[in-house]
Design a binder for this molecule. Structure first.
Ligand code: HPA
Length: 273
Protein backbone atom coordinates (compact mmCIF):
# COMPACT_ATOMS: atom_id res chain seq x y z
CA UNK A 1 0.00 0.00 0.00
CA UNK A 2 1.29 3.48 -0.82
CA UNK A 3 1.96 5.99 1.95
CA UNK A 4 -0.88 8.20 0.73
CA UNK A 5 -3.38 5.36 0.88
CA UNK A 6 -2.05 4.12 4.21
CA UNK A 7 -2.57 7.56 5.74
CA UNK A 8 -6.22 7.59 4.62
CA UNK A 9 -6.81 4.03 5.82
CA UNK A 10 -5.26 4.61 9.25
CA UNK A 11 -7.27 7.76 9.88
CA UNK A 12 -10.44 6.03 8.66
CA UNK A 13 -9.93 3.04 10.96
CA UNK A 14 -9.33 5.28 13.96
CA UNK A 15 -12.43 7.40 13.28
CA UNK A 16 -14.62 4.36 12.55
CA UNK A 17 -13.60 2.99 15.94
CA UNK A 18 -14.41 6.33 17.60
CA UNK A 19 -17.83 6.39 15.95
CA UNK A 20 -18.64 3.02 17.52
CA UNK A 21 -21.03 1.80 14.84
CA UNK A 22 -22.57 5.18 13.97
CA UNK A 23 -22.86 5.55 10.21
CA UNK A 24 -23.43 9.18 9.22
CA UNK A 25 -24.12 9.80 5.53
CA UNK A 26 -23.67 13.56 5.67
CA UNK A 27 -20.51 15.44 6.63
CA UNK A 28 -20.40 19.17 7.33
CA UNK A 29 -17.16 21.13 7.07
CA UNK A 30 -17.28 24.15 9.34
CA UNK A 31 -15.43 27.30 8.30
CA UNK A 32 -13.86 30.15 10.31
CA UNK A 33 -16.08 31.42 13.07
CA UNK A 34 -18.78 28.90 12.12
CA UNK A 35 -17.78 26.18 14.56
CA UNK A 36 -20.82 26.82 16.77
CA UNK A 37 -22.78 24.34 14.69
CA UNK A 38 -20.78 21.50 16.22
CA UNK A 39 -22.21 22.48 19.62
CA UNK A 40 -25.75 22.04 18.27
CA UNK A 41 -25.30 18.32 17.70
CA UNK A 42 -27.13 16.07 20.13
CA UNK A 43 -25.59 12.98 21.71
CA UNK A 44 -22.20 14.06 20.35
CA UNK A 45 -19.14 11.88 20.03
CA UNK A 46 -16.01 14.03 19.77
CA UNK A 47 -12.80 12.85 18.18
CA UNK A 48 -9.98 15.42 18.57
CA UNK A 49 -7.50 15.62 15.69
CA UNK A 50 -4.64 14.75 18.08
CA UNK A 51 -6.15 11.26 18.35
CA UNK A 52 -6.39 10.75 14.58
CA UNK A 53 -3.20 9.49 12.88
CA UNK A 54 -2.17 11.72 9.98
CA UNK A 55 -4.39 14.65 11.05
CA UNK A 56 -2.27 17.73 11.85
CA UNK A 57 -3.33 20.14 14.58
CA UNK A 58 -4.99 23.27 13.17
CA UNK A 59 -2.88 26.40 13.51
CA UNK A 60 -5.55 29.01 12.83
CA UNK A 61 -7.47 30.80 15.52
CA UNK A 62 -11.17 29.97 15.32
CA UNK A 63 -10.61 26.48 13.97
CA UNK A 64 -11.15 23.98 16.76
CA UNK A 65 -9.69 20.70 15.55
CA UNK A 66 -12.13 17.86 16.12
CA UNK A 67 -14.63 15.70 14.33
CA UNK A 68 -17.99 15.67 16.08
CA UNK A 69 -20.64 13.09 15.24
CA UNK A 70 -24.16 13.57 16.50
CA UNK A 71 -27.73 14.16 15.46
CA UNK A 72 -29.07 17.32 13.92
CA UNK A 73 -32.86 17.00 14.06
CA UNK A 74 -33.39 13.46 12.91
CA UNK A 75 -30.20 13.06 10.91
CA UNK A 76 -26.86 11.71 12.04
CA UNK A 77 -24.09 13.98 10.79
CA UNK A 78 -20.33 14.17 11.05
CA UNK A 79 -19.08 17.71 11.57
CA UNK A 80 -15.51 18.73 10.84
CA UNK A 81 -14.64 21.56 13.17
CA UNK A 82 -11.37 23.02 11.93
CA UNK A 83 -10.05 22.48 8.44
CA UNK A 84 -6.61 22.31 6.91
CA UNK A 85 -5.64 25.17 4.63
CA UNK A 86 -2.91 25.29 2.01
CA UNK A 87 -1.63 28.53 3.51
CA UNK A 88 -0.69 26.69 6.70
CA UNK A 89 1.86 24.86 4.59
CA UNK A 90 -0.26 21.78 3.90
CA UNK A 91 -0.14 20.02 0.56
CA UNK A 92 -3.32 19.18 -1.35
CA UNK A 93 -3.35 15.68 0.12
CA UNK A 94 -3.52 17.01 3.67
CA UNK A 95 -6.16 19.61 2.83
CA UNK A 96 -8.30 16.86 1.26
CA UNK A 97 -7.52 14.17 3.85
CA UNK A 98 -10.74 14.59 5.87
CA UNK A 99 -12.85 14.43 2.69
CA UNK A 100 -11.16 11.24 1.54
CA UNK A 101 -11.63 9.74 4.97
CA UNK A 102 -15.31 10.74 4.98
CA UNK A 103 -15.75 8.95 1.69
CA UNK A 104 -14.08 5.81 3.09
CA UNK A 105 -16.42 6.03 6.10
CA UNK A 106 -19.48 5.90 3.84
CA UNK A 107 -20.34 9.61 3.72
CA UNK A 108 -22.18 10.41 0.47
CA UNK A 109 -23.05 14.09 0.89
CA UNK A 110 -20.64 16.87 1.78
CA UNK A 111 -21.79 20.30 3.00
CA UNK A 112 -19.02 22.85 3.21
CA UNK A 113 -19.10 26.29 4.78
CA UNK A 114 -16.55 29.05 4.59
CA UNK A 115 -16.01 32.72 5.22
CA UNK A 116 -15.44 34.79 2.10
CA UNK A 117 -14.92 38.32 0.93
CA UNK A 118 -17.71 39.68 -1.25
CA UNK A 119 -16.74 40.76 -4.75
CA UNK A 120 -20.20 41.23 -6.27
CA UNK A 121 -21.05 44.85 -5.47
CA UNK A 122 -24.42 44.03 -3.94
CA UNK A 123 -22.88 41.65 -1.38
CA UNK A 124 -22.69 42.96 2.18
CA UNK A 125 -21.33 41.44 5.39
CA UNK A 126 -23.60 38.73 6.75
CA UNK A 127 -25.05 37.67 3.43
CA UNK A 128 -24.98 34.00 2.51
CA UNK A 129 -23.92 32.75 -0.91
CA UNK A 130 -24.55 29.32 -2.30
CA UNK A 131 -21.65 28.27 -4.51
CA UNK A 132 -22.84 27.69 -8.05
CA UNK A 133 -19.28 27.03 -9.20
CA UNK A 134 -15.69 27.79 -8.26
CA UNK A 135 -12.36 28.90 -9.71
CA UNK A 136 -9.36 27.07 -8.28
CA UNK A 137 -6.56 29.63 -8.10
CA UNK A 138 -4.60 27.92 -5.32
CA UNK A 139 -2.04 26.48 -7.72
CA UNK A 140 -2.63 23.11 -6.05
CA UNK A 141 -4.73 20.06 -6.79
CA UNK A 142 -5.31 17.17 -4.38
CA UNK A 143 -5.38 14.73 -7.32
CA UNK A 144 -1.78 15.58 -8.23
CA UNK A 145 0.25 12.38 -8.32
CA UNK A 146 -0.76 8.76 -8.83
CA UNK A 147 -4.49 8.03 -8.91
CA UNK A 148 -5.72 6.89 -5.51
CA UNK A 149 -7.93 3.83 -5.15
CA UNK A 150 -11.55 4.95 -5.36
CA UNK A 151 -10.73 7.99 -7.51
CA UNK A 152 -10.46 8.66 -11.20
CA UNK A 153 -7.71 10.37 -13.19
CA UNK A 154 -9.81 13.05 -14.88
CA UNK A 155 -12.97 13.75 -12.86
CA UNK A 156 -15.67 15.77 -14.53
CA UNK A 157 -16.05 19.20 -12.92
CA UNK A 158 -18.91 20.51 -15.04
CA UNK A 159 -21.25 20.44 -12.04
CA UNK A 160 -19.13 20.45 -8.85
CA UNK A 161 -22.01 21.70 -6.71
CA UNK A 162 -24.98 19.38 -6.86
CA UNK A 163 -28.03 20.83 -8.61
CA UNK A 164 -30.53 18.98 -6.47
CA UNK A 165 -28.84 20.00 -3.22
CA UNK A 166 -28.83 23.62 -4.39
CA UNK A 167 -32.55 23.41 -5.07
CA UNK A 168 -33.10 22.03 -1.59
CA UNK A 169 -30.96 24.83 -0.12
CA UNK A 170 -32.95 27.51 -1.92
CA UNK A 171 -36.24 25.96 -0.84
CA UNK A 172 -35.11 25.77 2.81
CA UNK A 173 -33.87 29.38 2.67
CA UNK A 174 -37.19 30.59 1.29
CA UNK A 175 -39.19 28.64 3.86
CA UNK A 176 -37.15 30.07 6.73
CA UNK A 177 -36.92 33.63 5.44
CA UNK A 178 -33.13 33.40 5.14
CA UNK A 179 -31.60 35.38 2.28
CA UNK A 180 -29.48 33.21 0.01
CA UNK A 181 -27.53 34.49 -2.99
CA UNK A 182 -25.78 32.28 -5.48
CA UNK A 183 -22.43 32.83 -7.16
CA UNK A 184 -18.93 31.81 -8.10
CA UNK A 185 -16.25 31.36 -5.43
CA UNK A 186 -12.60 31.99 -6.21
CA UNK A 187 -10.34 29.87 -4.01
CA UNK A 188 -6.90 31.41 -3.48
CA UNK A 189 -3.83 30.18 -1.64
CA UNK A 190 -3.65 33.10 0.84
CA UNK A 191 -2.81 33.81 3.60
CA UNK A 192 -2.44 37.48 2.68
CA UNK A 193 -5.74 39.03 1.72
CA UNK A 194 -6.06 40.21 -1.87
CA UNK A 195 -4.87 43.53 -3.19
CA UNK A 196 -7.49 45.81 -4.78
CA UNK A 197 -5.97 45.03 -8.19
CA UNK A 198 -6.33 41.30 -7.53
CA UNK A 199 -9.95 41.81 -6.53
CA UNK A 200 -10.61 43.71 -9.78
CA UNK A 201 -8.95 40.83 -11.64
CA UNK A 202 -11.13 38.27 -9.85
CA UNK A 203 -14.22 40.30 -10.66
CA UNK A 204 -13.29 40.22 -14.35
CA UNK A 205 -12.69 36.49 -14.12
CA UNK A 206 -16.27 36.03 -13.02
CA UNK A 207 -15.84 35.56 -9.28
CA UNK A 208 -18.53 36.79 -6.89
CA UNK A 209 -16.67 35.94 -3.67
CA UNK A 210 -13.12 35.10 -2.65
CA UNK A 211 -11.70 32.86 0.03
CA UNK A 212 -8.88 30.49 0.96
CA UNK A 213 -10.56 27.11 1.26
CA UNK A 214 -13.17 24.75 -0.17
CA UNK A 215 -11.98 24.26 -3.76
CA UNK A 216 -9.45 21.49 -3.06
CA UNK A 217 -11.87 19.65 -0.79
CA UNK A 218 -14.54 19.77 -3.47
CA UNK A 219 -12.14 18.49 -6.14
CA UNK A 220 -11.26 15.46 -4.01
CA UNK A 221 -14.92 14.92 -3.13
CA UNK A 222 -15.93 14.97 -6.81
CA UNK A 223 -13.17 12.53 -7.69
CA UNK A 224 -14.85 10.16 -5.23
CA UNK A 225 -18.40 10.86 -6.35
CA UNK A 226 -19.57 12.71 -3.24
CA UNK A 227 -22.44 15.15 -3.71
CA UNK A 228 -21.29 18.61 -2.67
CA UNK A 229 -22.99 21.76 -1.49
CA UNK A 230 -21.09 24.80 -0.25
CA UNK A 231 -22.21 28.03 1.39
CA UNK A 232 -20.09 31.13 1.92
CA UNK A 233 -20.74 33.62 4.66
CA UNK A 234 -19.76 36.97 3.21
CA UNK A 235 -17.84 38.53 6.08
CA UNK A 236 -16.51 41.66 4.36
CA UNK A 237 -16.40 43.48 1.06
CA UNK A 238 -13.25 42.26 -0.75
CA UNK A 239 -10.22 44.54 -0.56
CA UNK A 240 -10.47 47.84 -2.36
CA UNK A 241 -14.26 47.80 -2.73
CA UNK A 242 -14.54 50.02 0.35
CA UNK A 243 -11.99 52.10 2.26
CA UNK A 244 -11.90 49.50 5.05
CA UNK A 245 -8.84 47.34 5.72
CA UNK A 246 -9.18 43.60 6.35
CA UNK A 247 -8.58 41.89 9.64
CA UNK A 248 -8.98 38.19 10.56
CA UNK A 249 -10.50 38.98 13.96
CA UNK A 250 -13.23 41.01 12.26
CA UNK A 251 -13.84 38.28 9.70
CA UNK A 252 -14.34 35.77 12.51
CA UNK A 253 -16.48 38.14 14.52
CA UNK A 254 -18.82 38.73 11.57
CA UNK A 255 -18.99 35.02 10.73
CA UNK A 256 -19.90 34.21 14.33
CA UNK A 257 -22.43 37.04 14.63
CA UNK A 258 -24.40 36.03 11.56
CA UNK A 259 -23.95 32.30 12.16
CA UNK A 260 -27.58 31.84 13.18
CA UNK A 261 -28.94 32.09 9.65
CA UNK A 262 -26.36 29.64 8.38
CA UNK A 263 -27.23 27.20 11.15
CA UNK A 264 -30.92 27.45 10.30
CA UNK A 265 -30.09 26.77 6.67
CA UNK A 266 -27.75 23.84 7.35
CA UNK A 267 -30.23 22.31 9.78
CA UNK A 268 -33.03 22.49 7.22
CA UNK A 269 -30.91 21.16 4.38
CA UNK A 270 -29.66 18.21 6.41
CA UNK A 271 -33.25 17.18 7.18
CA UNK A 272 -33.97 16.90 3.46
CA UNK A 273 -30.91 15.13 2.08
N1 HPA B 1 -10.46 37.32 1.09
C1 HPA B 1 -10.07 36.04 1.23
N2 HPA B 1 -10.54 35.24 2.17
C2 HPA B 1 -11.47 35.75 3.00
C3 HPA B 1 -11.92 37.07 2.91
C4 HPA B 1 -11.38 37.88 1.89
O1 HPA B 1 -11.73 39.08 1.74
N3 HPA B 1 -12.86 37.22 3.89
C5 HPA B 1 -12.95 36.03 4.53
N4 HPA B 1 -12.12 35.13 4.00
Amino acid sequence: MTMRLKRIEEATDCIAQGLGGRQPKVAIVLGSGLGALADQLETPVRIPYQEIPGFPSPTVEGHAGALVCGTLGDRMVLAQSGRFHSYEGHDGDTVALPVRVFSRLGITTLLLTNAAGGIRRSFGPGMLMLLSDHINLTGQNPLFGPVLEGEIRFPDMSAPYDRELRLIARRVALKNGVGLEEGVYAGLLGPSYETPAEVRMLERLGADAVGMSTVLEVIAARARGLRCLAISTITNPAAGLTVATLDHAEVMETAGRVGGNLQTLVFGIVQEV
